[in-house]
Design a protein around this ligand. Sequence first.
Ligand SMILES: [Zn+2]
Ligand SMILES: [Zn+2]
Length: 374
Amino acid sequence: MNDNIFLVSGLPTRFSSPIVVRPYELSWFDVELPDPEPYDVVFRNRACLICGSDLHLYKGLHPFAPLPACCGHEVAADVVEVGSKVSTLVEGDRVYISGTGANLVPCGECIQCVRGEASRCENRKAPISFSVDGKPVSRFPSGFGEYTYGHEAYAFKLPDNVSYYEAAVTTDLAYVIGVVRRSGAGIGHVAAILGAGPIGLRTLEVARLAGISKIIVSEPVDYRRDCAEELGADFLIDPKMTDAVDEVLAATNGKGVDYVFDTSGSLAATRQGLKILKRGVGGLGMLVLMGLYEEPSLTVNLSELMYKAGKIVAEWGIREGRTQNIHDALHMLAEEKLSIMKWITHRLPEDKAVEAMEMLINKTEQAIGVEIVR
Ligand SMILES: [Zn+2]
Ligand SMILES: [Zn+2]
């Protein structure tokens, strides 16, 4: 088919989508843009935040997304075409799409679906699929490409004063809101945040809004630590230069912290996280794991953990309270409660996607939040 053929609606019949076929290699594939199924929507992407998990995927080390796979699932977009039964969106709506490419659509027929538990559907399927060399592409399509496709239930209208650039952070903001809420952390507590990348900085801002009384941030990269300071961290640690465990104990009169939000994805940091948990009776001290690990094996001294009555909680994705967390995130953005644009350091076009990921992996160009925009 000729690439220049356009439908009457003005949409192209094909578009090009970037796919990671081999580690550290992004290739563009010509893909058909389908007519939407009754409840599906075609979106034109406007901004896609590069997530830490995209970097694991690009390296071929994502634990749940085998290659070939697509990067880019944190997207703000325009609705450009809707299926015949879509009732919540119209062409031209500005939306945030939850989990572009990563969301499976419930079947509507299995026992979980008929009970109204669509998120537990036993037969979920991808809304659109594509194969490379006979292998299905995971997380297809990419939020870096021009178009994506999905079920209407995954799109949320943007408040008028929220830009595409701000809206692209909604996924991880909603995730962090859910994590902090479920942890129970709030007024009077002391927390340590390990890592000051996009998730760590968002955790810092949400923790501050939740009323956490003292927030300690440990981060080895200077410019990221500076950003944490600007966003209101009470105490900063450079774990390259000092012993992070000693520093935290000194900053807390030897007691340790009530909560550790470990966004680092680094086993060395996680070991420190266990050591700085407060000792106490009755379940004080919670270590919340929030970063994916490329080497996932950790040896834990279980007796030490029991002595501290500590808890380890692993949090992945926006699960429980998904819709509420997303609405709360969009509301926070609309009310300008966060300094998002302070750490969105770069906005680049699709053809710079490789450079964008390399600068995040190598921590160059002062990169923290990098978006692919159009
Ligand atoms: Zn993500
Ligand atoms: Zn089902």
